[in-house]
Design a protein around this ligand. Sequence first.
Ligand code: GCO
Length: 401
Amino acid sequence: MVAGTDETIEFPEGVLWGTATAAHQIEGGNVNNDWWAFEHDPSSGCAESSGDACDSFHRWREDVDLVAELGLGAYRFSLEWSRIEPAEGEFSVAALDHYRRMCAACQGHGLQPVVTFHHFTTPRWLADRGGWESPDAPDCFARFVTRATAHLGDLIGWACTINEPNAVAVMGYTLGGFPPGVKDAFDRHLAVNGAFVRAHRLAVEALRSGPGTFPVGLTLSMAEMVAAEGGEQFRDAAAQVLEDQFLEATGGDDFIGVQSYTRLRFGPKGLLAGEDGVPLTQMGYEYWPQAVAHTVRRAASATGLPVLVTESGIGTEDDRERIAYLHEALRGVRSCLDDGVDVRGYFVWSLLDNFEWSLGYRPKFGIVGVDRTTFERRPKPSAHWFGEVARTNQLPGPVPS
Ligand code: GCO
């Protein structure tokens, strides 16, 4: 655990305090996308099915009410493309109405709805014909974004086109941990990077052509990448493929979304294990809240755009450790602001304990626990702690022990 300081730290007026979720991780019953198929493929290595998740497709109002009651200013959630376009070119008005009600409920509580149009899942009809390798995937995505924006645009607060396209490409085609579960296909990985860049640009255009006026951006998975002795080449090559290609594609956007959890260390032969003495989180990577400030600075200087920390958090059973992590991450955000970096907001990942992809329900990222049988929501001390940060616009001094 990282100790805090004794001083209260003030944040400037207007910081957007929020929490984030993703449709497939909380809705339940998303049977029509590539992840559902992957979870049910015994060779994928997934721990379990997403199943009913947190039943948020039905309990979304409770979730939105909770975010408001905690005193936050924004709720980031994603649209499930496979519900909105269950078959190619066939759009569900009922599904669009569902997300419209969510946006309206946020607005009714004074919460900014921060809407993500793609958060890891792709409809089966597209995945089955090549997914993001299909030549028309970016156009299919743009058609979906156009249709969804026409229905919801007037109620959107902020829009994120694609969540962590860099993670989807590396996990899907180099590491094999996401659909389609391919390993070491570097050319395909690069081609999918390119498809996502095209899709993002088309989506920005589509979002700007519809109703409503709201900031539009991309969210990226970013790590503090460091080189141990002799690891510089690997570090720089990894940074290029994992982050730079996408940072370079954000010209003309309104913001860059930074999602940062840990540090990656490189040696002369590639990625190194965690450093001795640095604790690991439930995810198996280093407890490294300093990564948030590091990546915010990197994203801001690479793009020149305002930064929204669209995700930051920790998988842990120990909620005090979560508070300590968030405290340290937020001290880092404050140091960025002190240096003139334009950080507009900070979103905790995640509102709920939820489906952590191939790892299933074991990692606990939520500031709110969810009973896996009754779906009852139970706010943890970190939820109240973060609510107080949001309401007072300041970081309390000592980390409670
Ligand atoms: C991600 C995702 C989330 C994860 C979170 C914790 O960006 O990876 O947005 O879906 O659950 O990052 O691993």
